[in-house]
Design a protein around this ligand. Structure first.
Ligand code: ADP
Ligand code: ADP
Length: 226
C-alpha cells in the first residue's frame, strides 16, 4: 500500500529574480514499511522535499497524501496533532529543550497529546541508544552525539508510522553512524514503519531498500524505477 504520495509538487523560495525552485515536478509514491534514502548534493532540495513530506513546509503547487490524508488541506491544529501522533522527526538540529532532562524531552510529545507512554519500550530504547545512565541528565550536559540519540529516542518513542530523518548521523563518526542507522532500521522492521532518510553518505544510503537521487530539485534517479 502507498503510505505517501506526492503529485506534481513544487516549492520555491523568494520572489521574482530571487526566486529559487527548491523542488519541482516531484511525483513520488512511497510504500508502507519501506526504507528510502534520499541522496543528492548540498542545495539539491533534499531537506525541502523531506519537510514537504512531513507537513512542515507547504508547497506552492501539488498534493501530498499521507495515509490518504491531504496534509496541506488540514487545519494547523489537525496537522500538528497528526504529526505528533504518526510522524517521528530526526533532524540535525535536535530541537531539544535544554531546561528539561533526557526522559522529559522524550515523553514531551506524548504528554502534549495526553497519551500514556510505554515506559518499558522507552527504557528499551534508552538502553539500545546507550542512554540508560543519562535518563535524568539535562540535555545541555550531553555531548552532541548523545543529544542526537535523545532526539532519535524521542522520535521513536511514539512508534510513529513514518520516520523522517534529515542527516541523522551528520554529527557522528562512521561507527556511531552505522549503529544509529541500524537502530532506525531495527525499529522500522519491528514496527513496520516507513523510514525516509536524507543523507549525503553513500555508506548510509546503501542500507536502504530504495535510493532516490535529487539534483536541482528534481528526481534524477530512483532504484525502484524499472
Ligand atoms: P539540500 O537539503 O539538498 O541541501 P535544500 O532543500 O536545503 O537542499 O535547498 C534547496 C534550495 O533551496 C537551495 O538552493 C537553497 O539555497 C534553497 N533554500 C532552502 N531553504 C530556503 C529558505 N528558507 N529560503 C530561501 N532559500 C532556501
Ligand atoms: P504521569 O502518569 O503522572 O504522567 P508517569 O507514570 O507517566 O506519570 O511518569 C512518572 C514520571 O516518570 C514522570 O516524571 C516521567 O517523566 C518519568 N518517566 C517516564 N518514563 C520514564 C522511564 N521510562 N523511566 C524513568 N522515568 C520515566
Amino acid at each position: 500500500m502507498a503510505l505517501l504520495e506526492l503529485k506534481d509538487v513544487r516549492k520555491s523560495y523568494g520572489y521574482d529574480e530571487n526566486k529559487v525552485d527548491a523542488i519541482s515536478h516531484i511525483n513520488l509514491t512511497i510504500e508502507e514499511g519501506s526504507f528510502v534514502a534520499i541522496v543528492g548534493k548540498s542545495g539539491s532540495g533534499k531537506s525541502t522535499l523531506l519537510h514537504v513530506m512531513g507537513g512542515l513546509t507547504k508547497p506552492q503547487h501539488g498534493v501530498v497524501l499521507l495515509e490518504g490524508n491531504s496534509l496541506y488541506d488540514m487545519s494547523d491544529d489537525q496537522l500538528s496533532r497528526y504529526r505528533r501522533r504518526r510522524m517521528g522527526f530526526v533532524f540535525q538540529f535536535y530541537n531539544l529543550i535544554s531546561s528539561l532532562n533526557v526522559i522529559e524531552n522524550i515523553v514531551l510529545p506524548i504528554h502534549l497529546d495526553h497519551l500514556k507512554e510505554d515506559h518499558e519500550f522507552i527504557d528499551e530504547l534508552l538502553d539500545l541508544l546507550g542512554l540508560k545512565e543519562k535518563k535524568t541528565a539535562f540535555v545541555k550536559e550531553l555531548s552532541g552525539g548523545q543529544q542526537q540519540r535523545v532526539a532519535i529516542a524521542r522520535a521513536l518513542a511514539m512508534k510513529p508510522a513514518i520516520i523522517l530523518a534529515d542527516e541523522p548521523t551528520g554529527n557522528l563518526d562512521a561507527k556511531s553512524s552505522l549503529e544509529v542507522v541500524e537502530l532506525l532500521k531495527l525499529s522500522q522492521r519491528q514496527y513496520k514503519q516507513t523510514l525516509i532518510l536524507v543523507t549525503h553518505d553513500d555508506m548510509i544510503a546503501s542500507q536502504a531498500d530504495r535510493i532516490i537521487t535529487i539534483s536541482d530539485g528534481q528526481i534524477v534517479g530512483d532504484t525502484d524505477e524499472k
